[in-house]
Design a protein around this ligand. Structure first.
Ligand SMILES: NCc1[nH]cc(CCC(=O)O)c1CC(=O)O
Length: 308
């Protein structure tokens, strides 16, 4: 294959950091030189509505896929959690890279943790997953929408619009903003979403040579964990309008998968939770574990939580 390729990336500071990280790994480990092609996606442009209302995760990846399809780029680097559960025909995930911290972070200028927040405090988040889990332990809090890239969200916090905001720890750490994290939620307090903290490398399905090269960058434990997480979401309809959390971790050689589903409209409905574990050594086995967790959630009444 050619030793020179183009990476399509969004232009937020986090997306560029991630693309440059992959660019450096391609050079160091595979001897491949990569140029970056920065692009603005619909998801970056529309900031006044929640993602679930404007078409979901696909909005962040479609323009990049078009660049791949047209041959203007060969590889798209994504935060895996922004990648839809079903990729369109003709595209594939060539690798998932080792995960950063998958946890959610509590960010505030005045309070060190959720426990310190006074009754009725205003918390910024547009993530249904974070909001339902937050309100399940602190129904007194007022949640206000908060969108935009990480810098924008931090600026809105600093301008005084919120007492605290919730963000992924991984993004903050990658941008050198780890000092803004006042506390991290343990995963059993605030279960992360499928793929949180991991990077996914998307290519055209027919690019076998690139697939083979990129496989060497893959981190199998992260990949299998994320396949299990994503399978839960896929089995339940895969839409990002669902307040669905799924997180898998390795312990004593087995993959332990936790999933939680909240109600999109009635934030105070009890969260449904499932926990499954198994020895997993293939993508298919990982997906089967995810489907098992989804079946548990259905047994617990997930049907009433899903859009009709
Ligand atoms: N939804 C936006 C997004 N996509 C990836 C990250 C953070 C990095 C990651 O989880 O990989 C974020 C920001 C956030 O959720 O706070």
């Amino acid at each position: 294959m050619t030793t020179s390729i183009t990476i399509a990336t969004r232009e937020s500071r986090l997306a560029l950091w991630q693309a440059e990280h992959v660019q450096a790994r391609l050079a160091d480990e595979l001897g491949i030189t990569a140029a970056l092609l920065g692009m603005t996606t619909r998801g970056d442009q529309i900031l006044d509505r929640t993602l679930s209302k404007i078409g979901g995760k696909g909005l962040f990846v479609k323009e990049l896929e078009t660049a791949l399809a047209e041959g203007r780029a060969h590889l798209a680097v994504h935060s895996l959690k922004d990648v839809p559960m079903e990729l369109p025909e003709g595209f594939t995930l060539a690798a998932v890279l080792e995960r950063e911290d998958p946890r959610d972070a509590f960010v505030s200028n005045d309070y060190a943790s959720l426990a310190e927040l006074p009754e009725g405090a205003v918390v910024g988040s547009s993530s249904l997953r974070r909001v339902t889990q937050l309100l399940s332990v602190r129904p007194d809090l007022r949640v206000e929408p908060l969108r935009g890239n990480l810098d924008t969200r931090l600026r809105k916090l600093d301008e005084g619009g919120y007492h605290a905001i919730l963000l992924a720890a991984a993004g903050l750490k990658r941008l050198g903003l780890g000092h803004r994290v006042r506390s991290v939620f343990e995963v059993d307090q605030m279960l992360p979403c499928a793929g949180q903290g991991a990077l996914g490398l998307e290519i055209r399905s027919d690019d076998a040579a690139l697939a083979q090269a990129l496989a060497r960058l893959a981190h199998l434990p992260t990949w299998l964990a994320c396949e299990a997480e994503r399978a839960v979401s896929r089995a339940l309809g895969g839409s990002c309008s669902l307040p669905l959390a799924a997180h898998a971790r390795w312990q004593d050689g087995a993959l332990h998968l936790d999933a939680a589903l909240g109600h999109a409209e009635w934030h105070t409905s009890p969260l449904l939770r499932a926990a499954v574990a198994g020895t997993v050594d293939t993508v298919d086995a990982a997906r089967a574990l995810g489907q098992q967790a989804a079946s548990r959630l259905r047994e617990l009444g997930a049907g009433q939580y899903l859009p009709v």
